[in-house]
Design a protein around this ligand. Sequence first.
Ligand SMILES: *Cc1c(COP(=O)(O)O)cnc(C)c1O
Length: 399
Amino acid sequence: MNLSRNVQRMQPSVTMAISAKAAAMKRQGIDVISLSAGEPDFDTPQHIKDAAIRAIQEGFTKYTIPGSGIIELKEAICRKIKRDSGLDYGLDQVIVNNGAKHTLFLACAALLDPGDQVIIPTPYWVTFSEQPKLMGADPVIAETRAERNLKLTAEEFRRAITPRTRMLILNSPSNPSGAVYTRAELEALAEVAVQHQVHILSDEIYEQLVYGDAKHCSISTLGEEIRRLTIVVNGVSKTYAMTGWRIGYAAAAKEIIAGMDKVQGQEVSHPSSISQKAAVAALEGPQEVVAQMRVEFDARRRYMVERLNALDGVRCTLPQGAFYAYPDVSSYFGRRAGERAVADSVELCAYLLEEAEVACVPGAGFGTRQHIRLSYATSMQNIQRAMDRIAEALGRLRA
Ligand SMILES: *Cc1c(COP(=O)(O)O)cnc(C)c1O
């Protein structure tokens, strides 16, 4: 059977593969602690659930018009953007989709032609490198440096640009590194993007999850020229613990939104009517629920990173956003425990899963070799137990 060339070029999601293996071990009765999750462990707040239940009971269960999102939700999105970024977007400049992952896909579909290049800085969320391939476009991986906290500099961006470059994918706060770009760093990138007329696909899904003095800045706020080139991607999954509801959205120039709408209309019509009502409640309702989750994530973050840095040979910068720690564990590569050798991050994660019964994700999947990703979107108790087990298992690896 010959699958299409574009599909053959795509990689399946590594994070989903790890989660599947951990789930299979759990089914066998093994007490696996999963630090591989990419979603909040909190429940969706009650007032949001109530809005969905009301939608069902009121019969709001049919196709919605317009397909690009119900007006009530689009208005809520425009108000949210105004509130947080100070920018005015009209109803024809926003679109609602089936999760932010789908929003990213539609932006690629609307803007990319075969042979176009998309610059993706390391480390990158696994999806970024694969979606452009489905359009026949080519991901161009731009290496970043530890000294710059794994953030792309303007100079590195400039060097990666060719006549075929169409887009840069930015993700701040970053999954997996937790790095947050400062306003000054974004200004430097924006200048290069405007000069070369490169679109910015700005994935801001972790916008509300920033800690300490870190501040989220959207590159779209840095002037009219960069705003016209930028597709801001956001959603309710991470901020409101609503991953299963599948609501994401974009704000961009109306021509780009119209292109995305055309694809969505022929592909899935629109996102769930019920979830759209829930998303209105999320965006317009009380925001204290977000603050509470942020406080809890922050405490776990500090604890996990302290434990990681206490391990011999592990280096972990304090992540400023999202809910992942991304330590450099490369000093363990080439070591062994008895018969078992650990050559790289993939083998280290396999070792930790089998020997420590802790699931982590190898950095190789995010385009960096030295790291592994540990999610702190799980209870403090789980994090404590997992860190004890990791410390014990790493301690058994000998040079
Ligand atoms: C979780 C995640 C998303 C996807 O969110 P959905 O709205 O659930 O599709 C997008 N980008 C990044 C970087 C993520 O980690």
